[in-house]
Structures are given as C-alpha cells and as structure tokens.
Design a binder for this molecule. Structure first.
Ligand code: NOJ
Length: 770
C-alpha cells in the first residue's frame, strides 16, 4: 500500500466496469490540495505563528529536541526531571496528576527554563479523571453523541483544574474481535457510529476550540489499525487491505481530525509490515497531506525505540531518524529522538527543517492551548471541581443512559413490591470493578457499587442480603496491578469456597429476587487484557445456573466491556442488564434502572457472538455464496450472533410505521429525508434509537449487506407518537473500491432499512443518479 500506488490507480480503466464514478478525489473522500493550515490563516493563528516562529529562531537544536521529549515523572534516569526542565530537555510530562507538583514543575519551566516555555502535562483521561464515567464502549452504547460530549467535557473540567491540559483520548480504533481487551476503550465495530462518537468526544474534551476554558487537548489514537490485531492479541501485527483501512478503520480518525483534534498518537503495532510509528504513509501522506491535520503527533509509550524491536530500525539512532522522518513530533517515554537526532542532523540523515517543523507544531499547540499566556492552573478550582455534585449527577445520568437491557422476560424489570433482594457476585460490592480500567486517577472511595446503590434505593422498603459467591482473578498479571492490586482471595480452602457458594445460593432462595452482578474484573479488559475465551471467568456461570435452578427470579447485571458468552443465560435468565463498567455513580444508576426510575435506552455498539469461535464478527459483512445459510456456517453450532449490533430493549415498547423517503432518486452529493412514524405503545416514558441502514445492490465491488448511515436517540412520553426524520447524505454512500482503487459514490439502486437494530425490517429503495 502506498500513496504512489493509489495515485497511479487514477488511470484505472473505469469504463471496463461500466460505471460512472462520482466525486472522484484520489484515495479518499476529501479533496487533495496543498494549502496553508486553516488555523494559521485566521488573525489569531497568524499571531500565534509569528510568536512561535520568533521563539523557534532563538532555540538551539538541543532545546528543540527537548520540546519533542515527553517523560513520565518517575522514570529512572541519571538526570532528574528538574534538571531536564532547567536544561530545556523536556517539553511534556505524562502521569503527573498532583496539582501542586504540576504547579511546581510549571513554575520551574516558565521561570527558570530556557526561553520560559511552558510544559504540557498529559494523562489518560479516558472516561473521567477523579469522577469516573462509563467506559468509552458504554458511551457508544448510549448512541447519543451529545452524551459522550457531555461526559468528556466534564472529565476535562476536573483534569484541567489540576493542570492536566492534554488527554490521550479518544481511542477511535474499530474493534470487531471481542478477544481484544482494548475494545473497551473505543466505540465498537462500526465506522459510522465510531466517527460520530469520535467527533463528539473531541468536542467534549476540547470545547468549541482548542484553548477553551476548562477544556483540554484531545489525542486521537492509535493511528491506525490497532483494533485489527491478529487473533485479538494486544500489540500483535495488523494486516489490513486498503479497502478495510479506508472504509472501516480510518473514517473515525478522519472524523476526529475534522472535528479539530489537536494531537494524534501513533500506534504500537505494524500495519502491513510497517510499524505505525515509522509509517510515513499514515503520518504524512494520509494525516497531514490528505486530511490537513495541523496538530502534532506523539508516539505511543516507547514505540519509537520499539521500531528496533519490530525488526524495522537497525538500532536506536535509526529508530529516531525513521520516526521523525515519518512524522512523529514527540516521543513518549523512550528518548532516542532526544539523544540521537542532533547527531543525525549533523550527518544529514534528518533535515534541521524537519525538526523545526515538529517543534513548531508542538509550540503552536501549546500556544493555542493558552499555555504561554496562562501556564498555571487556577488551583482554587480543584476543590470546587473534583467530585462535585454536578460531576456525580452527570456520572449517574451517563450510567443510566449507557446501560443496555438485553432481556426482560415477563416484565420482571422494573422490580416492584419486592420485600427482599439478594445481591450476589464477585463484582457486586467492588469499587474498582465498578469503575473499570483506565481510571488511574479516579476516586475509588467515592464509587458507589451495585450493592451500595441497591441499598440506597431499596433499603427502606426491602431487606438486602449480599455475598460474593465465587472469586475471580486473572490467569496472568495485569499491567495495572499496581493501581488496583488483586485482593487476597478471602476463602482459601476448597471447603471454604464451596461453603461460600452454598451460602450465596441460600441467600438467593431466601430472597424475593436476586441480582447477580457478574462479568469481568476491571483488569480483565483494557490494555494487555486479551482473552482466549469469552466465558464468565471463574465459577460465575455455575453460580448463575445454580441461582436460576432455585426457581427464584434472577436478574443478571453484567459489568464488562466486551461481549461475554452468556448464551445459556440468554434463554434461562429472565432479565439481563448490561451495565458495562458504569463508573463512580454506577451503583445508584443501576438501582435506578432496576427500580424503573430510569428506563434503559442503550443499544449494543458491537455484535454479540454466541461463542468465541465466531470472532471476529460484525453485522456489516459482505453477502456470500449461500446467504440463506448464513446462520449455519459451522457444523458444530450456530454462526448467528446472540444479539445483533444496535440491539437493546426498553421498559417501553415502540411501533414503527409509514417509512417514507423525500424522493426515490437522488443525485450523488445530494441528500434524502428519511421519515418514519414512531409510537411509544408502552405505559412508561422511554427512549428509542432510530437507525438507518443501506445496501448498494451492485457496483464495482461488493458492498456490505448493511451499513449504518444515520441514527438518532429520541425520547417519548407514554403513548406519544411522532415522526422522526433523519437525513441520509449520499456522501455517506461513498466508498473506496478495491476494483477502481479510488473513492467514489457509485450510481445505482440502494436498499434502505429503518428500525431499532441492525436487523431492521422496514424497507425502501432509492436510486443514486450520476
Ligand atoms: C500506552 C497506551 O497504548 C496508550 O493508549 C496510552 O495513552 C499510553 N500508554 C500512556 O498511558
């Protein structure tokens, strides 16, 4: 794959496939043209550029390389961080979250560092800072970009109060393989949903523009293709066709860049044999030349040095040269660029102008963030922001809006008139597991577990009993063990374990209803948390089956951030609520949902397999030789998903009718209004997510059987009926064709479905005209 190759393909004999191709623009949807970065053509941008260029003119090469270096505070080196600051050998720190320490280091840099250049403090503010919100996969399950924007904006408030001005988020990697633990950090399997979430999160972090008060700089990661790791093994190689790259994996990055993301992080792995951190095609040709990205690129942790580990660079010097020449501006944690690039410039391996460009991008971003004018955080904000009532309220609302109701036989939920509830399971009263992975600075103590939430909500009217029943732990240590060390298993002998199991089942027998809180501990999903199986870890399945065998009603509440094998539960447990890792207010939110104070309205952002053997599985597959036998592709079990993409129930029920399009034909580049009447036929208020899927019937290449092209979450009062109108922009129908090697909207007939998940049946057709 190369830029040259793609451009050569412009002369592909299109006539052969008998199609007129529209909106032709080389290798992707946007128009390629060399132009000045947009920001610099504004008066503020021109002023920033003058300031930065003057500053750059005064800096030595060593000082420039210092700006390109990011180090964690506790990194063991001969030179202390303070000395590095005084010598101008560092531009950024990561993982410093103490307000006073940030303030001290910033004073050192601004008052005594060369040229008084402020530092930029970065941290993984992934789903909250002190107050923890539902994990990103859950935010995608809200199918409400405004919710995701609100959450990241609240997270930015807390982080900026201490002086953290840069987050390494959003992660926009498409994930279609539930074995991959980092599925948790993104928006799931779909490029359209992923793009809407990516741009919303960027807006949430950064505000209206970079430098907005109480906001922070976003960093879109991991560029690019990381989610397609072979076998779902974290960090493993990625082999992606151009078609997959352009149509599936790149769109959320482009959306985030278009939304103004200030930084991008290069990925760890190799993409088609070229490590992403040394990949000029990605970092220069696509990101800067094509998408006009005007921010800076930071490597992932040690990923510059690791260009040698990949068998790509010959040694650390070569790694530094290759990374910077490919387009990396700042090196995270390893420091081969800082230590080798001066010599490389001397030897002519790297042009000094390349270094200047990198440093200029970094300084421009510091300037745009306002760091030169206001380098210090207003520490009086810390107490007011951290864990404020507004944060808790927003966290509860987010957890309520992200939960997905997977099953509710006989209307077991919401719970009514229960006099006793048994809250059972290893995750029922665990604060870290309610928060989820990547909550490194979160306030553990403030977290409300499911047990605590149920006590708060039902304690006055019902007796609440609780026990763990079984333990769960990882087979291998986690890289996050130092944050949340696994608790010592309480019952140590087999006899004690059996007694605990029996005790749990006794509580189930004694209660009117049981809530089993099962799933994965927080360190079982996230970075380096890939799995061989998707079963409920430990003996949770046995506990669940024994609880159901008592004949008493059981509600399964899942804490997780990947689909788990709940195939048995899906036909035997009457009510299943997927709460994901719901965060600080998770317990209160879950209790509100169980009580019916809130109504679940989330939808799955990933297809839910029946078995790990189905991975990778996604709804937007191509049609095959025997489409009618799609569900019987394995002789030893079904190949159908357990739950389709976009699926989720409500305590209300909805009826759709009268699907209509504003026209039967539309010119490429135009748009159609798609309307449907929706009625809440239930007795309670609720939300439904209207989803549009399309399929191109024929063309230069096969297109997926269905692709999401629009959605909206809408609230309805009981009995309310309204017309929901969504715009279908034909721009969304364009794709990169493996036959023509270009991006185009191809004229022809399209199917369209509207409904409440990816199996929607309300159907229409329309034609795209040349
Ligand atoms: C490595 C992870 O891959 C990346 O996502 C994260 O931002 C950095 N570490 C910093 O924590």
């Amino acid at each position: 794959m190369s830029f040259r190759f793609a451009r050569r393909a412009l002369i592909h004999p299109l006539a052969l496939c008998g199609l007129a191709l529209l909106l032709v623009s080389g290798i992707g949807p946007a128009v390629m043209a060399a132009q000045a970065p947009a920001y610099e053509s504004t008066p503020a941008g021109a002023k920033a550029a003058r300031f930065v260029d003057a500053l750059l003119g005064k800096m030595t090469l060593e000082e420039k390389l210092g700006q390109m270096s990011q180090i964690p505070l506790n990194q063991k080196e001969d030179v202390t961080p303070d000395e590095r600051i005084l010598k101008g050998q560092v531009g950024s720190f990561l993982f410093v979250t103490d307000a006073k320490e940030i303030d001290r280091l910033q004073h050192l840099a601004v008052e005594r560092g060369p040229h008084h250049i402020p530092l930029i403090f970065g941290f993984d503010v992934i789903h909250g800072f002190r107050t923890i919100y539902p994990v990103p996969l859950a935010l995608a399950a809200s199918w409400d970009p405004a919710e995701a924007e609100r959450v990241e904006s609240m997270a930015a408030r807390e982080a900026s109060a201490v002086g953290v001005r840069w987050t390494f988020a959003p992660m926009v990697d498409i994930a279609r393989d539930a074995r991959w633990g980092r599925m948790m950090e993104g928006a799931g399997e779909d490029p359209y949903l992923g793009s809407r979430m990516a741009e919303a999160e960027v807006r949430g972090f950064q505000g209206a523009e970079i430098g907005s008060p109480n906001h922070i700089l976003a960093c879109v990661k991991h560029f690019a293709g990381y989610g397609a790791a072979e076998g779902g093994r974290d960090y493993d190689s990625v082999d992606l066709s151009d078609e997959q790259l352009w149509n599936v994996y790149l769109p959320p990055f482009e959306a985030a860049v278009d939304a103004g993301a200030g930084t991008v992080m290069s990925a760890y792995m190799d993409l088609n044999d070229v490590p992403a951190t040394g990949n000029k095609f990605l970092l220069q040709d696509v990101l800067r030349d094509k998408w006009k990205f005007d921010g800076f690129v930071v490597s992932d942790w040690d990923s510059v040095l690791n260009l040698t580990t990949h068998g790509f660079a010959a040694g650390p010097e070569d790694a530094a040269v290759r990374a910077v020449n490919a387009g990396v501006d700042m090196e995270m944690t390893s420091h081969v660029m800082r230590d080798n690039l001066a010599e490389a410039v001397k030897q002519g391996l790297v042009k000094e102008s390349t270094i200047d460009e990198a440093v200029r991008r970094i300084l421009m971003m510091k300037y745009r963030l306002g760091l030169f004018e206001h380098p210090y955080a207003d520490l009086s904000r810390v107490d007011a922001e951290e864990g404020s009532a507004a944060q808790h309220e927003a966290a509860k609302e987010a957890a309520e809006r992200t939960a997905v109701l997977l099953r509710n036989e006989g209307g077991l939920l919401p719970l009514r008139g229960v006099k006793s509830i048994a809250v059972i399971g290893p995750l029922a009263d665990s604060k870290p597991d309610t928060m989820g992975s990547w909550s490194l600075a979160g306030n553990v103590a403030d977290t409300v577990t499911v047990l605590a939430g149920i006590r708060n909500r039902f304690g006055a009217t019902a007796t609440i009993s609780s026990t763990e029943g079984v333990e769960i732990e990882r087979g291998q240590p986690s890289i996050f063990d130092s944050q949340f060390p696994s608790p010592d298993p309480a019952p140590t002998t087999e006899a004690e374990r059996e007694a605990e199991f029996r005790h749990a089942i006794d509580l189930v027998k004694q209660a009117d209803v049981s809530v089993l809180v099962l799933g994965e501990a927080q360190n079982m999903s996230g970075e380096r948390a890939s799995r061989l199986s998707l079963t409920l870890p430990g003996k949770q399945e046995q506990l669940l089956e024994a609880a159901v065998a008592t004949g008493k009603p059981v509600v399964l509440v899942l804490l997780n951030a990947r689909p788990l094998n709940i195939t048995w539960a899906s036909t035997h447990v009457p009510a299943i609520l997927d709460a994901w890792y719901p965060g600080t207010e998770g317990g209160n939110a879950i209790a509100a949902l169980l009580a019916g104070d809130a109504n679940p309205g989330g939808k799955l952002p990933v297809t839910w397999p029946r078995s790990v053997g189905q991975a990778p599985i996604y709804y937007a597959h191509n049609l095959t030789q025997i489409p009618h036998a799609r569900d019987a592709m394995y002789w030893d079990g079904s190949s159908a998903p357990l739950y389709p993409f976009g699926y989720g129930l409500s305590y209300a029920s909805f009826r759709l009718s009268n699907l209509r399009l504003s026209a039967v034909s539309v010119k490429a580049g135009g748009s159609l209004a798609v309307s449907v009447d929706v009625k809440n036929t239930g007795a309670v208020a609720g939300d439904e997510v209207m989803q549009i899927y399309t399929h191109q019937r024929s063309g230069s290449a096969s297109r997926p059987v269905r692709e999401l092209k629009g959605f909206r979450r809408v609230s309805f009062a009981p009995g309310e009926e309204k017309t929901v109108t969504l715009t279908l922009n034909t721009k969304e129908l364009g794709f990169w064709s493996s036959a023509t090697h270009r991006w185009s909207i191809e004229p022809g007939t399209f199917d369209l479905w509207v409904g409440t998940d990816s199996t929607a049946t309300d159907h229409a057709t329309f034609n795209v005209l040349p």
